[in-house]
Write a protein that binds this ligand. Structure first.
Ligand code: NI
Length: 170
């Protein structure tokens, strides 16, 4: 089922998530399934549970945007264990539609996480995958990519969004 995506301004997006405890449950599997459907329906490469209103540490990523089955990645209770290098590139967020900005991220990210059945694993990503993992793990801690922008750019975007909200277009 395609779920509704919460937009910037919704407090759920800036609230830290709880760790998942119900590994293997139908609820967790359904959430992950629905998150993939929602992400693909919106042409995203990553989605975090708070974006669909669920305050649990669950994120789905597919840097191939549905083209390559093996690229599907589910990170539950993820922790970044190592970051290396730097990259500067354009980033967007399904919760902040219409706004894309350059964000500085680590070039390589090593993450430890669990799958839906509670099996621990590690994944190392570079470039877009590293960026997506850092962006989505930020979401689980209530952090949006706007936090990584200069105060000037951040305020400009906030003002534009306020105008859209007032116009009933957000
Ligand atoms: Ni996002």
């Amino acid at each position: 089922m395609v779920l509704g995506i919460r937009k910037y301004g919704d407090a759920v997006l800036e609230t830290p998530c709880e760790k998942v405890a119900n590994f293997g449950s139908k609820e967790l599997k359904t959430l992950v399934f629905d998150m993939f459907e929602t992400m693909y329906a919106n042409k995203g490469v990553g989605l975090a549970a708070p974006q669909v209103g669920v305050l649990q540490q669950v994120t789905v990523i597919d840097t191939s945007a549905g083209e390559v089955e093996e690229e599907r990645l589910v990170l539950i209770n993820p922790e970044i264990v190592h970051l290396d290098g730097q990259q500067l590139g354009e980033e967007g967020c399904l919760s902040i539609p219409g706004f894309r900005e350059d964000v500085r991220r680590a070039m390589t990210a090593k993450v430890r996480a669990f799958d839906v059945d509670g099996n621990a694993f590690e994944v190392t990503g570079e470039e877009l995958l590293a960026r997506a993992m850092q962006h989505e793990i930020d979401h689980l801690h209530g952090i949006l990519f706007l936090k990584h922008l200069s105060p000037l750019k951040r305020d400009l975007i906030r003002r534009k969004i306020s105008k859209l909200v007032k116009a009933g277009e957000w």
